[in-house]
Write a protein that binds this ligand. Structure first.
Ligand code: MN
Length: 744
């Protein structure tokens, strides 16, 4: 039998020992497949390559992960290092196993070249986020552990690189997953390559001191066991020296000597239940002198990664202090194997010593996830959801960038520098040219192609990018670089939005007062500024137009309220006229009206000129709010407006009005001429009007039985002055003895 088969037989034996129900045939098929595919490949040690996957499967089995994990461990380098594919594995084994192998392959391909501290947390997050299934991380940790155990065959540079990665990425992840045992071994192995001198110093000192303390651990262990057995406590006691890296840190980071370290030795007392833990604590404190301030109850208050135990430090024989950790079997599994303990529990349940599913509550806490999932399902398909809103990608130099999920090359470019984004002409992801819309995935290596002659970002980029950083930087660019263009674009966008809301630009710009108010509402000094902001994307055209409409509606409502209020006040002030000085106190907003009339307190209301008195500009006038036809304008001397004749219940409807200075419109008015009837009279009237440039609308002449005639005219004039001129001219016509305004 060759070495590969020899090693495999040992593995299979161990697998069946841990789990007699394991499907040995399937596992063997995985081994044969991997063995065939790796073929004559050798490791740096000179051993056949297959020895490595077998060793990784051994560690996976020690963690007592499930059978799929063991098979995936055997196959874990097939996709990376042989011509095997995901499809092959899915077909021959299962899609789940193929996914596990592919997941491990992705993590293998990650390059941790960064040396920046702030990058490390991102690296760890990316590592966790890339694995959709926590078993992928566990298998990868086992892979790394075996590679660290055999690191002596690698080059110096490779050793340092792998050791640093292990210390900065893998060990913290093992810690986060609660896997102390694996973490300690990784840390000690990494330290040996990172600081060989420090490592060997500590190791030598520890060897010294343990020689000095010869037999200490064994005798202390026996001593404790005996006492607890006398007390009737069922337990196991393990004594050990703490791992090298934890002592190294205390000596170097905290600058302590070995003698100052209280917890060089640690004893674990493992019992069946929690009451027994406190019972043991009492016994230990009875046997040895406790060190003040060193008792910690992590049962009542577990550590964030789920760790539970009672810790105390006591002073033993010859004044040697040591730590005692007291815990139940279940707490022990959790402490040693963390997340991996889940599968251990599952299998252990058959031999009855372990708890129920309810106990896996800590797994959730461990990963700080609030997910309300069935614990088994949760662990099995554990996505590291705390990073699901982030994506982690590499620069070509190996720096890690954290971007929002769904981020594109545009986000990436702007996360490097706005100059990179602004001069971007293309992007490569993992060496391939991609479109700007391509969503980036965890672990992608992204390269931005720039050009000095780039035309700058396009407006569409703002819709494509996911990060506010990119959006803001693109906006800044448009704001600075393209003002003229922005104004033009913004104006047309704004106009089309207004149209959508049934408004026109003219309606807004017609009156400067209104425009000012509206611009203030959107906080811009001029229309150009508003257009520019819309143009570069600082303000949406829809929003701007919406605010304009809102504001116009609001102003209209205010005016109506004011008019109603004034009308009420007027109604209260008994039978007085509405236009005396009392009204002056309410400073009315001067609003221009297309009709040439300003109605105080009412904006844009419908105005008509009463037929009874046909007022023209310059006439003293008063308004009456009709039921349904707006405000009707009367001359003050109109009999219908005579305060003496007004109906008291309508007093509130009379409002102050005045003429606007328009100079544009003309007003229709009526005159009545009394004259001695004669031939050509009507013609003379028409001639006189024509001479005065007054436009005649209608003329009706009727003869009276007594030889006189009455002529009724309807004509258009601009104002009272013009009308007076017309009346004078008409009065000079021979035979005319009276010209009067109708209704006066
Ligand atoms: Mn490997």
């Amino acid at each position: 039998m060759d070495l590969a088969h020899e090693k495999y037989e040992a593995l299979e034996h161990n697998i069946l020992a841990a789990n007699p129900a394991a499907d040995a045939q399937r596992i063997r098929a995985a081994f044969e497949y991997a063995n065939d595919h790796h073929g004559p490949q050798l490791r740096k040690s000179g051993e056949p390559y297959i020895i490595h996957p077998i060793a990784v499967a051994e560690i996976v089995n020690e963690l007592e992960l499930d059978q799929d994990s063991i098979i995936a461990a055997l196959l874990h380098d097939c996709i990376e290092d042989t011509d095997s594919t995901h499809d092959d594995i899915a077909r021959l084994f299962s899609p789940q196993i193929a996914d596990l192998v592919e997941g491990v392959t992705k993590l293998t391909r990650m390059q941790y070249t960064s040396r920046e501290d702030e990058q490390m947390e991102n690296l760890r997050k990316m590592f966790m986020a890339m694995a959709k299934d926590v078993r992928v991380i566990l298998i990868k940790l086992c892979d790394r552990l075996h590679n660290m155990r055999t690191l002596q065959y690698q080059s110096d540079a490779k050793q340092k690189e792998k050791a640093l990665e292990t210390m900065e990425v893998y060990a913290p992840i093992a810690h986060r997953l609660g896997m102390q045992k694996l973490k300690w071994e990784l840390e000690d192995l990494a330290l040996e390559y990172l600081d060989p001198v420090g490592y060997h110093d500590v190791k030598a000192e520890l060897a010294n001191i343990t020689t000095l303390h010869a037999g200490f651990v064994d005798s202390m262990q026996a001593h404790i066991e005996q006492r607890l057995s006398e007390e009737g406590v069922k337990c196991r006691v393990y004594g050990r020296l703490k791992h090298i890296y934890s002592i190294y840190r205390k000596m170097y980071a905290q600058n302590k000597t070995l003698n100052e370290i209280f917890d060089l030795y640690a004893f674990r007392v493992i019992v069946d239940d929690i009451p027994a833990c406190y019972n043991v604590l009492g016994c230990v404190h009875d046997m040895f002198k406790p060190v003040l301030g060193r008792f910690k109850d992590y049962i009542g208050t577990p550590k964030p990664n789920g760790y539970q135990s009672l810790h105390t430090t006591v002073v033993g024989r010859e004044g040697i202090p040591f730590e005692v950790q007291i815990r139940t079997w279940q707490m022990h599994q959790t402490a040693e194997y963390g997340v991996a303990a889940h599968w251990k529990y599952k299998q252990g349940m058959a031999n009855q010593r372990l708890g129920t599913e309810r106990e896996f509550e800590w797994v959730r806490k461990l990963l700080e996830s609030q997910q309300d999932a069935d614990p088994d399902e949760f662990v099995r398909t554990l996505r590291v959801d705390m990073f699901s809103d982030e994506v982690f990608v590499f620069t070509p130099n190996g720096d890690v960038k954290s971007l929002p999920a769904g981020a594109t090359p545009i986000d990436f470019a702007y996360s490097i520098h706005s100059a990179v984004g602004n001069s971007m002409t293309g992007a490569r992801v993992n060496g391939r040219i991609v479109t700007f819309e391509t969503p980036l995935k965890n672990g992608d290596i992204v390269e931005i192609i720039t050009s000095k002659s780039a035309r700058g970002p396009s407006r569409d980029w703002m819709k494509i990018c996911k990060s506010n950083e990119a959006r803001n930087k693109i906006r800044q660019w448009f704001k600075k670089e393209r003002r003229e263009e922005n104004i033009a674009t913004g104006r047309s966008m704004f106009e089309s939005e207004l149209k959508h809301l049934g408004l026109t630009l003219a309606a807004i710009t017609a009156t400067p007062d209104l425009l000012d108010t509206l611009l203030k509402r959107v906080r811009f000094g001029s229309l150009d500024e508003l257009y520019a902001a819309i143009g570069y994307g600082g303000l949406s055209a829809q929003k701007a137009a919406g605010r304009m409409k809102e504001e116009m509606t609001r102003l209209g409502r205010l005016e109506r309220q004011r008019a109603e209020h004034e009308a009420m006040q007027a109604a209260v002030s008994s039978g007085e006229t509405v236009y005396p000085s009392t009204a002056k106190t309410s400073a009315p907003a001067r609003r221009h009206s297309v009709s040439g009339i300003i109605v105080e307190g009412l904006d844009n209301c419908m105005v008509k000129f009463s037929k009874c008195c046909t007022p023209v500009p310059g006439d003293p006038v008063v308004g009456f709010i009709t039921k349904g036809y707006g405000v009707s304008i009367h001359r003050r001397d109109c009999p219908n407006a005579d305060p003496a004749r007004r109906k008291p219940e309508e007093e509130g409807r009379w409002v102050r009005v005045s003429w606007a200075e328009t100079g544009e419109s003309t007003f229709r008015t009526s005159l009545e001429i009394s004259a001695k009837d004669r031939d050509g009279l009507a013609l003379d009237v028409a001639m006189a009007l024509s001479a005065q440039k007054a436009k005649l609308n209608t003329l009706a002449a009727r003869s009276q039985p007594d030889g006189y005639a009455i002529i009724n005219l309807e004509l258009f004039v601009q104002d009272q002055r013009e009308l007076t001129g017309v009346i004078n001219k008409l009065s000079q016509i021979p035979g005319v003895f009276l010209v009067r305004r109708v209704g006066g």
